[in-house]
Design a protein around this ligand. Structure first.
Ligand SMILES: [Mg+2]
Length: 232
């Protein structure tokens, strides 16, 4: 049966993400002329963020970009203090770091070349599209930034829901909001467990995107643009 709904993972599937928060903070500080002990500053960042992660998860349940932006401001302020950067430079540091993720010249996130062309064809063919991603509230910002948001009826970020792939609950709540049944849906992602096993356990079909492959033989997809022709 031809699916009615196609859901996509985001990182590694639609958008190539090379974000390491500690490395980004360190590189940004260095680009602003601050000389830091790399190992110590990096370790400090990881430790501080690790300790705050449960709090960040809680904040995401509020589904507010402003609330989570405030978290990163505080995190950056406190890291600056801890490694000897004047906190007066903290806001600029965070702006520079955010620019590498979401700015016009973003180099740590970029959509894969096959993503938008595939979405255009699928939308024109009448499929309902959604995103199911293990991501924080900034998923929406990323989809908007790269012009992908308009293709989707719904984008579900796991941290906003308090449940992650591969748990079936995340797939099911997405389908519930779309008013669709698992057997009417196909999920596409790059993680064999989170995306393929997760989708199948939720009663959906699954496809695994692997751009290193020469061709798209089920359950693999070598390119997202191969998907429309494989749907029958
Ligand atoms: Mg992924």
């Amino acid at each position: 049966m031809r699916p009615k709904v196609i859901t996509f993972d985001c990182a590694g599937t639609l958008i190539d993400v090379q974000w390491d928060p500690a490395r980004l903070a360190l590189e940004t500080a260095e680009s602003m002329g601050f000389e830091l002990d790399t190992a110590t500053a990096s370790e400090t960042y990881r430790r501080m963020l690790g300790a705050r992660w449960p709090h960040f998860r809680e904040l995401n349940l509020q589904r507010s970009e402003a609330v989570c932006d405030a978290f990163w401001r505080e995190m950056t302020d406190d890291w600056c203090s801890a490694v000897g950067i004047p906190t007066s430079a903290s806001a600029e540091l965070l702006d520079h770091a955010n620019a590498r993720l979401f700015g016009p010249e973003a180099d740590l996130m970029r959509p894969f070349d096959d993503a938008e062309p595939a979405l255009i064809v699928l939308r024109e063919a009448g499929y309902r599209l959604a995103v199911i991603s293990n991501w924080d509230v900034s998923l929406h910002k990323a989809l908007r930034r790269f012009g992908l948001a308009p293709y989707f009826e719904l984008a579900i970020a796991s941290l906003e829901e308090g449940v992650e792939k591969p748990e079936a609950t995340l797939f099911h709540l997405t389908l519930d909001r779309l008013g669709a049944l698992p057997e009417e849906a196909l999920h596409v992602g790059d993680d064999p467990v989170d995306d393929l096993t997760g989708a199948r356990n939720a009663g959906m079909r699954g496809r695994l995107i692997d751009r290193t492959r020469a061709d798209s033989e089920s359950p693999f997809l070598a390119r997202l643009t191969d998907l429309p022709a494989m749907l029958g």
